[in-house]
Ligand binder design. Structure first.
Ligand code: GTR
Length: 401
């Protein structure tokens, strides 16, 4: 199949945005057999083709998401954030996983079900808040300062409040649902003996860690459908960087997510691979050989042979709104490549009568494009998720959720 797809490559002229020569990208609106995608109905079929290529060649296959996930509310404080919010800790019990998956949820104190942002954190729930009641994780954590011995430490409480403006989110009327990515799969090369990989090992799924994290987000979504305070039809899935890759793949594989947000997700996320700017396949597969499926390694130094590119991943969200964001000092994530993916995905939104990003050239820093169903901004500064980014996501969610 690969050869037939390659022979169908269309030329997409990208010089107007990137100043580089033309890029040859796999087509969005042609089936694998070369015939044209002309309608929404056609696209619904084409989407399946594209999704299965991503599954087989990039992220790997994952088990079905369990339907009835057992959960328990283990802590509740109706006076969190000085009375603004209710904070709950909810444990999910996933099929034989030795640890419960610990959700930290802040709900605005207002009547009715509320929309929510759902996203992983990198070092544990207790790092996103200064509230002392949020427990340290007992699991392996990345060794941030080369002194923590891969264990959570009280001194790390609140170190990531800069990435999580909880009050801003709650004030805007949204719940925040977060969990530590290591609750699903630890972020190191363990031969897949830990986390959810271990419990499904016998079944020979080909998933890497990014797909495992995406699967975890989908499990949380199954829980949110039962949460008495959340409007599960209005859940935005969000992630920064590697967790942004996971958020995108979760959005692509699960249409229950009403809005998908990629913050600086770069290679294997929103950035076009064929540009080979910033992080390449060889770079990512060398440092993180466990993130993607084994087939993906075939494309080291051969980005142009992969039968998909990342604008097709963004298009898999259509017609649901999607937001791609970059930072101008984040060359490793290739901001232009992220913009181009968002721009090109617009072709599919147009089939639905919806607008894409709305302009063909990259906007100036801090001039967000939020009028269509594909939003984009580039922030000044480094690889990070900041309050500025969140302000934009909230504005877009207010409009589109
Ligand atoms: C980098 C990696 C990127 C991105 C980033 C992050 O080391 O090369 O793909 O995932 O980490 O997650 O912050």
């Amino acid at each position: 199949m690969r050869n037939s797809i390659i022979s169908l490559l269309i030329i997409v002229c990208s010089s107007f945005v990137s100043g580089q020569d033309t890029l040859q990208l796999p087509p969005l609106l042609r089936f694998n057999d070369g015939s044209e995608v002309k309608s929404v109905r056609d696209w619904e079929k084409r989407r399946k083709e594209i999704r299965s290529i991503f599954e087989n060649e990039v992220y790997g296959t994952a088990p079905v998401v369990p339907k009835n996930i057992k959960f328990r509310i283990v802590q509740e404080d109706k006076n969190a954030l000085n009375g603004k919010a209710t904070r709950r800790l909810v444990n999910l019990y996933l099929n034989k996983l030795s640890n419960p998956v610990e959700l930290l949820i802040y709900y605005p104190n207002k009547p009715g079900r509320v929309p929510a942002f759902l996203g992983y954190n990198f070092w544990g729930n207790y790092t996103i808040t200064n509230e002392k009641e949020v427990p340290l994780t007992s699991l392996w954590v990345p060794d941030r300062e080369k002194e923590t011995d891969n264990r959570a430490k009280e001194t790390m409480r609140g170190i990531r409040t800069n990435r999580w403006p909880v009050e801003m989110i709650v004030d805007a009327g949204y719940a925040l649902v977060t969990l530590y990515s290591g609750d699903i799969d630890p972020d190191y090369d363990d031969g897949f003996d830990n986390g959810v990989h271990a419990i499904y090992k016998k079944e020979k799924y080909t998933w890497g860690t990014i797909a495992a994290w995406s699967w975890g987000l989908r499990c949380v979504m199954s829980y949110l459908e039962k949460d008495d305070k959340i409007n599960s039809e209005k859940v935005a899935v969000i992630g920064h960087s590697r967790l942004g890759k996971a958020a995108l793949w979760a959005g692509a594989t699960d249409e229950r997510f009403a809005l998908v947000i990629s913050n600086n997700s770069g290679c294997g996320g929103a950035a076009l691979s064929r540009r080979k700017q910033g992080e390449t396949f060889t770079a990512i597969n060398t440092r993180f050989p466990y993130w993607f499926c084994n087939n993906f390694k075939k494309y080291n130094d051969k980005e142009e042979l992969l039968p998909v590119d990342q604008h097709q991943l963004i298009a898999l969200m259509a017609p649901r709104p999607v937001y791609v964001a970059s930072a101008d000092k984040d060359a490793w994530a290739d901001p232009e490549g992220e913009f181009m993916s968002a721009l090109l995905a617009g072709d599919v939104y147009r089939l639905y009568g919806l607008k894409g990003v709305g302009q063909k050239t990259m906007p100036e820093v801090e001039v967000p494009l939020q009028n269509g169903h594909v939003a984009y901004h580039i922030r000044s500064g480094k690889h990070d998720i900041t309050w500025y980014d969140w302000q934009q996501y909230i504005l877009f969610a207010n409009k589109r959720l």
